[in-house]
Write a new protein. Structure first.
Length: 116
């Protein structure tokens, strides 16, 4: 029953430790996968427990993800995407994410010079 084991495999959530590098390596080479989970959770007024319940994981998993201690499985990334109503690339990135205010309103240098 190959399909039975495949189905079981695809319905479980797996998290794996992230190997930290001093050079800030990319997720592809075992570095950090950056995320906005804590910001998105706070914007929506969710506790770690509430978010964990929504994506069917332990609340400690949410803390590990927020701190960058673990990378999510693809399945968990999709569940988080559905809960937040955002594409995965808006939540996770191989490069450090720009602050949301900068992404929406531009960099501080741009704002200072535009006369507003």
């Amino acid at each position: 029953m190959v399909f039975a084991s495949l189905t079981f495999c695809c319905t479980t959530t797996t998290i794996r430790p992230v190997t930290r590098t001093n050079g800030g390596g990319s997720a592809a080479d075992g570095g950090t996968l950056h995320n906005r989970i804590a910001v998105l959770r706070a914007e929506r007024g969710l506790t770690r427990q509430q978010l964990a319940d929504a994506v069917n994981v332990n609340y400690q998993t949410i803390g590990y993800l927020e701190r960058g201690d673990y990378n999510p499985s693809l399945e968990l990334a999709f569940r988080l995407s559905e809960v937040f109503g955002l594409p995965i690339e808006a939540i996770f990135s191989r490069r450090p994410l720009r602050p949301m205010s900068e992404a929406l309103y531009g960099s501080p240098q741009t704002r200072e010079g535009d006369g507003s």
